[in-house]
Design a protein around this ligand. Structure first.
Ligand code: PLP
Ligand code: TYF
Length: 400
């Protein structure tokens, strides 16, 4: 029956982990997938998560199905985290929100909802480059995917002139995907001033902004600072869609905790949108998983755990920032040809190093260092024990 099914290519990011696992060298380093590692290179379960789980064991809750749109305490707390306690649409009950299978599921629900109901177009514009899964998610949701300029290879920074020109040249009312903070894969974010200009163009052209917020808190260590773009757009009156993930900022990767929300005009419209979100979700997976949402909700609604969580997010963000400083200083000390200041300027989980494909290949083959072919490294894979070896290997690879 399946003789005509062609073999597909592996996921380019998760494929890096496979290559890493097969390597037996003790010096090997995996900088492929964006998952946090502690000072010892180990996966990290947050203490706030462990304490929330202890509370849940005490409460001994049942395992009944959740409603289609998830745990209400969780979705309300997630929306408050993104939009802020003072958010006008939130306080006017104009935000339709549903729990989702992490950020990926939120994007997929959003894509399907827009594909079905957005009245003006079926095209979504993504930054070039963007997270590799964005294109298949939106294509499989029934949207057509196009790109807008974002990254400038020459400066290893934002192509702000190109970005503005492309936004201005889009058909009016186009859907545009924006990374709320800690752009993946580049680590390059607009400044607050640049976000204000982007918001103005989005308004002029009546574009529909769909924010992907997979790293709230992870970029700067502050959840409110990282929500700047989302909250600025809201204060400017934009009706946005938003995908949230708790994979990175709570370290809940495999628990699949996320939320999708959309700002509507009034509570009556919100109720209609809510009813259609349910109709989008029901045939996909009926209702979402319980445990991760209970953990996140317990943390977000308990002052003590919230404080602990904030300090742990800050710790993770700061450790990554320290690694950026160390890597930059090492590359300069080693007189590595080229300009490396982008490493400390970039934000969040990743650095787009500017290493070429032959260099990344040489690093894998000769130094047992694994990263994606585009030269992206997950900064969290670096620590005090491997940073010097990594810096020396990069320096050698660049010198050729
Ligand atoms: N969006 C971006 C930009 C990401 O980097 C990721 C991956 O972490 C996601 C969304 C969704 O990830 P998850 O489905 O694990 O929440
Ligand atoms: O970009 C990354 O590394 C993260 C993790 O199919 C990830 O976003 C990578 C690939 C994938 C799902 C998550």
């Amino acid at each position: 029956i399946w003789s005509a099914v062609p073999a597909g290519p592996p996921d380019p990011i998760l494929g890096v982990t496979e290559a890493f696992k097969a390597d037996k060298d003790p010096r090997k380093i995996n900088l492929g997938v964006g998952a946090y590692r502690d000072e010892n290179g180990k996966p990290y379960v947050l203490n706030a998560v462990k304490k929330a789980e202890e509370i849940l064991v005490q409460q001994n809750p049942d395992k009944e199905y959740l409603p289609i749109t998830g745990l209400p305490e969780f979705t309300q707390a997630a929306a408050k985290l993104a939009y802020g306690a003072e958010s006008v649409p939130l306080n006017e009950s104009r935000v339709a929100v549903t729990q989702s299978i992490s950020g990926t599921g939120a994007l997929r629900i959003g894509g399907a909802f827009l594909g079905r109901f957005y009245p003006h177009t079926k095209t979504i514009y993504l930054p070039v480059p963007s997270w590799g899964n964005h294109t298949p998610i939106f294509r499989d949701s029934g949207l057509e995917v196009k790109g807008y300029r974002y990254f400038d290879k020459k400066t290893v920074g934002l192509d702000f002139a190109g970005l503005k020109e492309d936004l201005k040249n889009m058909p009016e009312k186009s859907i545009v995907l924006l990374h709320a903070c800690a752009h993946n894969p580049t680590g390059v974010d607009p400044t607050p001033e640049q976000w204000k200009e982007i918001s103005d163009i989005v308004k002029e052209k009546s574009l529909f902004p769909f924010f992907d917020m997979a790293y709230q808190g992870f970029a700067s260590g502050s959840t409110s600072r990282d929500a700047f773009a989302v909250r600025h757009f809201i204060s400017e009156g934009h009706q946005i869609a938003l995908s949230q993930s708790f994979a990175k900022n709570m370290g809940l990767y495999g628990e699949r905790v996320g939320a999708f929300s959309i700002i509507t005009a009034d509570p009556e419209e919100r109720a209609r949108v809510d009813s259609q979100l349910k109709i989008v979700i029901r045939p996909m997976y009926s209702n979402p998983p319980l445990h991760g949402a209970r953990i996140a909700s317990t943390i977000l609604r308990n002052d003590e755990l919230y404080g602990l969580w904030e300090s742990e997010v800050k710790h993770m963000a700061n450790r990554i920032i320290q690694m950026r400083d160390r890597l930059y200083a090492n590359l300069v000390d080693l007189k590595t040809p080229g300009e490396w200041s982008h490493i400390t300027k970039q934000i969040g989980m990743f650095s787009f190093t500017g290493l070429t494909q032959p260099q990344t290949k040489a690093l894998a083959e000769k130094a047992h260092i694994y990263m994606t072919a585009d030269g992206r490294i997950s900064m969290a894979g670096l620590n005090a024990k491997n940073i010097d070896y990594f810096s020396e290997s990069v320096s050698k690879a660049v010198k050729g």
